[in-house]
Structure formats: C-alpha cells, structure tokens
Design a protein around this ligand. Structure first.
Ligand SMILES: *[C@@H]1O[C@H](CO)[C@@H](O)[C@H](O)[C@H]1NC(C)=O
Ligand SMILES: *[C@@H]1O[C@H](CO)[C@@H](O)[C@H](O)[C@H]1NC(C)=O
Ligand SMILES: *[C@@H]1O[C@H](CO)[C@@H](O)[C@H](O)[C@H]1NC(C)=O
Length: 453
C-alpha cells in the first residue's frame, strides 16, 4: 500500500504530524528559525530585579532567584470566572481521555449541560498513526470542573481526500479525520469548522452542520446547508496548510468567512456550497490601516506572528438588563486573535479581542490595548520548560504558561450568536498543548480596555 516514495517519509510522519497540527507553534520553518538553546547564553538574558511591588493579583515568579512580582494588570486585562470559588478558570475533563483545542456550546435540550468537543490527543496510537478525531460528550459541572457525564464519543466527521500535499508533506495526503475543530453557533444553527485534506491545497478548512454530528433532536430550523461537510474556499493565494478561519454573519444573517488579519485582513462572502465572492477587505482597508498599525503588536519575523484564533460572536455594547435594542451602531462582531511568540522552543500566545462592524465595509471598530489574561494562568517561570532546556539557563526561564484560546460561546442555553455586555460568555482554551480548560466571564470584562479605531 505504501509506495517507495512515501515510505521514506514515514519515520518523520509520526513526529511531524504532531508538530504540525498539535504543536501549532512548531510548524514548518519555525523549528529551524527558532533560536537554538546553545546560541543563547546567559549574558544575553537579563535577570531583571524587582521594579514594582504594588498592585493586585501579583503572581510570584518561580525559579531561582525569586525575582520580581509580576503584576498582571500592568501588562494585561485580566478576566475572572463568574462561577468558580477562586474566580479561576476550570478544567474540562473528557473522562480522562487526552484532549486539546476545546469547544463548549450550550446543549439545545438538556439544562445545565453543554456539548463539549476537543481534538483527541495522546490516545494509544499505532506507529505512524495518521488517525485524527474530535471527541465529544455532554458536559456538566461537577467537583469544580466541566466533565463529560458519559464516555466521550468521536464526532462522525468523514475523512476527505485531496492529494495536493507536495514534497516532504506528501505523507499528509494519508491523513484521516478532522483537525482542530471549532464548534460554535451562528444566528440560527450550530456548526463545526475543521481542517482536512483539501481539493484546493494540502490542508483546507471545512464546515459542517453540527446537528448532523451529535444527537441534536428535531430542530425547527430546517435549512440543510452544510449537512455534509463542505470545503470553504478562500481568495488566492492559498497557504499549504490553512487553519483558524472563522465565519461571521452580517446584520442580515448573510455569512462571510474571515481568513487573515494582522498586517492585512482578508474576508469574503460565502454561500451554501463554500464558494466565495471577492476579497472585501480592501473596502475597509483605508479605515483599518491605522488601527491595525496602532494596536496589533509588531511581530519579529520567524519568531513571532499574528494568528486568528476563535470563532466569532455578535455583541451589542450595552446591557440586556437595560432592555438595550441592538442596532448597527451598537453591535459588532467579536473575535480573538493571538500574538504568538516562539522562543526557546516554547510557544506563548497572547489573546487580543477585535471588534468589527457587522455591515459593509466591516471596518475594525476596536482592538484590545493589552492582551487578555485568564485568571489562574501561570506567570513568568511557570510556562512549561521545553525538554532539554539547559540547566545553566534554568534560572533565566521566565516564560508564562501557554494558554491557547480556541473558542467563544454564550453560556446560556438557547443563546446562539448574539449577546450583550452583561451576558456570560465561555472562553475555551488549551494549556501547554496538554490540557483543556474554560472560563465563564461577563462579556463586558473582555472589553474593558479597548483601543477605538
Ligand atoms: C523574560 O526575560 C526577557 C529577557 O530579559 C524579557 O525580555 C521578557 O520581557 C521577560 N518576560 C517575562 C514574561 O517576564
Ligand atoms: C429545562 O428547564 C426548563 C425550565 O426549568 C424546563 O421547563 C424544562 O423541562 C427543562 N428541560 C429538561 C430537558 O429537563
Ligand atoms: C443605537 O442604540 C444606541 C443605544 O445603545 C442609541 O444610543 C443609538 O441612538 C441607536 N442608533 C440608532 C441609529 O438607532
């Protein structure tokens, strides 16, 4: 079955597969462009002395010597759980099964129950495994965590074929199953978007009606769009591995897909077959340009980058409690992007909120001035030290815990795409590519320190 050409790639497959899809940060050239440990000597790392001691939520730095207290509020906008006793995030427990890249959406029928979905991780894989799957279960809060109330199952997402992975990536044509699904509600129904073998490039992004994948029950919304997995398209050029696309809906519930942001945005209208219109970002570019330049952190090429991270929600910047009526000037599309750094072979993702208009030209309205800090995240020195990190540099290890935000949803049953600043929202995230967790916050807390465009 394996021909000669492919066989020599197999020894690589096991490790590269994991690096590409699970390590996020370790993909492709990043491994070689990362600064190798041995070239960074202590002289180039300053062990800064305490410079500040005041402020709230100081997190002691670990390691030796105990250095400055790290004052979250100086660098971040911190968000706190509205339900946990210590206001920290909670773990998501897939009944003990390994999982990464979690998603939470309210269950359509069962009260106090949420549908949980995450990428299966660390299962007992065969050598040269090419198997990938999304675990799912109904989750309930128990003993301080959001836990599967039964054995997780896998989402029945069919594998796709493409045959477009070139050269050293050719083994990826053998991939089976979805990668890094995002599960979320649109205005009417739930969806899953996931990476899989593409008809247009090596790996593309596919979308499917979530109701075709779990025991959803009879729905009153009968539209059959995306009942089968459908590949979303993008304006050229394609990357070899496309990921982290999100879809959004305008004020008339027309769907669009958003492909890139950072230095430049790319987004387009999508129809029920995955076909797209032209790139609409140029229409917003004049207004976006200054805002992106002002608020999106600059990235050092090779070691830092900007990535889309989550799905989108619509939010009115006023309170449900005040009987606020959503309109075009108070309602925006909300999404989170990451500024990723990759030093010493450890990725750190800083999440930023972006709001943009929900009607043409969809110009950016505001971007977080400071990244979001999820209460409970490990501070400097508590990031996972990579294997082989030299002992003589250990004192200088000051990286924070790697939290990777994957999805957003409203916590309340029945609430789908739109909400208000006083509604409670779930953020789901992975921790150091090995654990899954979430936090329920008041949506307005995310928007406390936004820079207006
Ligand atoms: C870690 O140390 C480096 C080098 O001194 C510094 O640039 C960086 O800001 C520090 N990071 C944290 C999170 O303290
Ligand atoms: C959920 O709670 C509502 C309101 O308390 C109740 O009417 C409904 O029957 C409950 N549904 C289920 C499936 O238990
Ligand atoms: C939109 O709603 C806000 C209140 O949130 C109100 O101040 C504003 O006048 C409304 N705009 C329009 C165009 O109706």
């Amino acid at each position: 079955m394996w021909n000669r050409d492919r066989r020599h790639l197999l020894p690589l497959a096991g490790s590269i597969f994991i690096l590409v899809f699970i390590g996020f940060g370790l993909y492709g050239g990043k491994l070689t462009t990362a600064v190798p440990f041995q070239t960074i000597r202590p002289s180039s790392i300053s062990l800064s002395t305490p410079s500040h001691t005041s402020g709230q939520h100081a997190i002691p730095q670990q390691g030796n010597p105990p250095a400055a207290a790290f004052v979250v509020a100086e660098h971040y906008t911190e968000v706190f759980s509205v339900s946990t006793k210590d206001k920290k995030y909670f773990e998501i427990d897939f009944a003990g099964h390994g999982a990464i890249n979690p998603n939470i959406i309210p269950h359509p029928v069962f009260n106090k129950t949420w549908i949980l979905v995450a990428q299966q991780f660390n299962h007992r894989a065969v050598p040269n495994s090419v198997w990938n799957a999304e675990l799912t279960c109904n989750g309930v809060f128990k003993d301080g965590a959001l836990r599967c109330d039964d054995s997780p199952l896998i989402l029945p997402i069919a594998s796709t074929t493409g045959g477009k992975c070139p050269g050293k990536m050719a083994y990826m044509d053998w991939n089976v199953g979805p990668h890094d699904a995002r599960v979320f509600y649109g205005p009417k129904m739930p969806y899953a978007i996931f990476g899989s073998n593409s008809l247009f490039t090596c790996f593309g992004q596919w979308i499917q009606d979530m109701r075709a994948l779990v025991d959803w029950g009879l729905d009153t919304y009968l539209k059959q769009e995306f009942h089968k997995a459908t590949e979303l398209q993008r304006p050229a050029p394609y990357g070899l591995i496309e990921k982290n696309w999100f879809v959004f809906w305008d004020n008339n519930e027309q769907m669009y897909a958003h492909y890139d942001l950072g230095l430049k945005r790319v987004f387009a209208k999508v129809d029920g077959t995955g076909s797209i219109g032209e790139d609409l970002a140029p229409l917003a570019a004049a207004s976006d340009k200054g805002c992106l330049a002002k608020y999106v952190p600059k990235s050092i090429p090779g070691l830092e980058s900007i990535h889309q991270a989550t799905n989108s929600l619509a939010i009115s910047l006023c309170k449900r409690a005040d009987a606020c009526v959503p309109n075009d000037s108070n309602t925006f599309i909300l999404t989170i992007f990451h500024h990723k750094t990759f030093y010493y072979f450890h990725s750190v993702y800083e999440p930023y909120v972006m709001l943009f208009q929900q009607k043409a030209p969809f110009a950016i309205h505001a971007i977080s001035k400071k990244p979001i800090w999820i209460h409970g995240r490990g501070g400097p020195g508590q990031g996972k030290k990579p294997q082989g990190f030299p002992a003589d540099l250990a004192r200088a290890w000051n990286q924070t815990e790697m939290f990777y935000v994957t999805s957003l949803s409203w916590k309340t049953q029945g609430q789908k795409y739109h909400g208000f600043v006083d509604d409670v929202m779930f953020m789901s995230f992975g921790i150091e590519d090995s654990r899954t967790a979430g936090i329920d916050i008041t949506a307005g807390d995310l928007l406390k320190d936004m820079g207006l465009c």
